[in-house]
Design a protein around this ligand. Structure first.
Ligand code: ADP
Ligand code: ASP
Ligand code: MG
Length: 401
């Protein structure tokens, strides 16, 4: 059972979570519960780090950021004990959950099971601080923002749990973010592949890596409400998907920045130089378009990167401007990437046409397009976020699901 930030936002909610766990214990289930920090706390911790210094060691950043989950895991354990349930809180290093040492975005390498198995066998509920682990260098790591979902799925896989239930502030996975599109509809089922695509395109209801892990280890994953007793959404294999339709959902990612490099001399190796220089500094490039002049003398290259990396990228491009000989770099952060996702895209023609026509009918200009087997993404001005999502939701009949 995993409880997100709003589900443990205050003592009353933590007490409500304790009651939910108690009812599972009464059904003779053994429980590992994973908690996030109280909502807003991790953001506050990020801000404290930045106030302390503009530059900092990422290992110290992780030591600060991981503290929010220490508080909630112990408070939840106390709340359970007060209900007469045996429980104990565990920090990542106490289990231990061993990760690599990529601070701020660490990956889990191994979960040692001995300590927790002993504790479960002795009748204790295990409460784990999500989002954290320990590196082989004995430093605390964090798994990337939203990473408590990944902690939960990794534990479910390691302990061969019957289920991994992600309790959150919505009652399941919707056709799109219900906070943006009022007509969003709850799905009973979604496939791992579709959820993976939605999450990686910005649907933060599940951490992308948690979905990838669940798919790899066949973890039975559900998303459901912390506040109401409702069935939620189950993530299933493709053959079990009962909700086949053209498009299953729409995601948006407002944290992209668009960069255009103008008048790049058109010859082999230029793109490799530009994207190589960005990759060397760890910048992930997402969408890319290149268009040459009619006489093939030069080309413009437009691409997107995470907004947070924009200043770094601008510096890198300045350094290679003379070597490559392009004329200028322009950038825009007032953009959003909107993606439509669905398995049926593999077989149904005309989906791209419907998407582009819908945007055109609403006077929304498309800057960049990219596709995968089950997804089409467009980059548009962020002023149109809601209009684009709403109109696409209607155009693909998701309002009626
Ligand atoms: P938690 O703190 O429980 O981890 P998050 O804020 O990380 O919760 O994720 C839940 C939020 O995800 C919802 O409040 C909702 O606004 C957002 N969201 C985005 N896309 C979707 C979607 N397709 N279905 C449901 N929720 C979504
Ligand atoms: N507290 C962490 C965050 O805000 C992890 C999580 O909530 O999943 O990113
Ligand atoms: Mg989350």
């Amino acid at each position: 059972m995993k409880f997100g930030g709003t589900s443990v936002a205050n003592i009353d909610r933590i007490k409500a979570v304790a009651l939910k766990i108690k009812s599972e214990v009464e059904k003779k289930n053994k429980i590992i519960a994973v908690v996030s920090a109280m909502s807003g706390v991790t953001n506050d911790l990020v801000s404290l780090v930045k106030q302390a210094s503009e530059t900092y060691e990422s290992s110290e950043y992780d030591a600060v950021l991981s503290s929010g989950e220490q508080v909630t895991s112990a408070l939840l354990s106390i709340a359970l004990q007060s209900l007469g349930i045996k429980s104990r809180s565990w920090l990542g290093w106490q289990i231990p959950i061993i990760t690599n040492d990529v601070h701020g975005n660490a990956r889990i390498k191994e979960i040692k099971k001995e300590n927790i198995l002993k504790s479960l066998d002795n009748g204790f509920v295990t409460i784990v601080s999500g989002f954290q682990g320990i590196s082989s260098k004995n430093r605390i790591t964090t798994l990337g923002r939203g990473g408590s979902d990944t902690s939960a799925v990794a534990l479910a896989a390691a302990f061969s749990a019957d289920r991994c239930d992600i309790y959150t502030d919505v009652d399941g996975i919707y056709t799109t973010d219900p906070r943006i599109v009022k007509n969003a509809k709850k799905l009973d089922y979604i496939t791992y592949e579709e959820m993976l695509e939605l999450a990686s395109q910005g649907a933060k209801v599940l951490h992308t890596r948690s979905v990838a892990l669940a798919m790899k280890y066949s973890v039975k994953l559900r998303v459901l409400s912390s506040f109401q007793n409702l069935p939620g959404t189950t993530v299933v294999n493709e053959e079990h998907n009962m909700e086949k339709s053209e498009i299953i959902g729409i995601a948006h990612n407002p944290n992209e920045a668009k960069i255009t490099i103008s008048i790049v001399p058109d010859k082999p190796g230029q793109a490799a130089l530009i994207f190589g220089a960005l990759a060397d500094k760890g910048i992930n490039v997402d969408m890319i378009v290149q268009s040459s002049t009619i006489d093939n003398s030069s080309t413009d290259i437009t691409f997107t990167i995470p907004e947070n990396d924009l200043i770094l990228a601008q510096g890198i491009l300045k350094n290679i401007q003379n070597e490559i000989g392009f004329s200028q770099v322009t950038s825009d952060i007032n953009v959003v990437k909107i993606s439509i996702v669905g398995n049926a895209m593999r077989s149904q023609p005309g989906i791209a046409k419907t998407m582009f026509a819908t945007l055109a009918n609403n006077q929304i200009n498309i800057h960049v397009i990219s596709t995968s087997e089950i997804k089409i993404s467009v980059l548009v001005s962020s002023d149109y976020t809601e209009l684009a999502m709403r109109s696409l939701h209607t155009a693909f009949s998701l309002d009626k699901k």
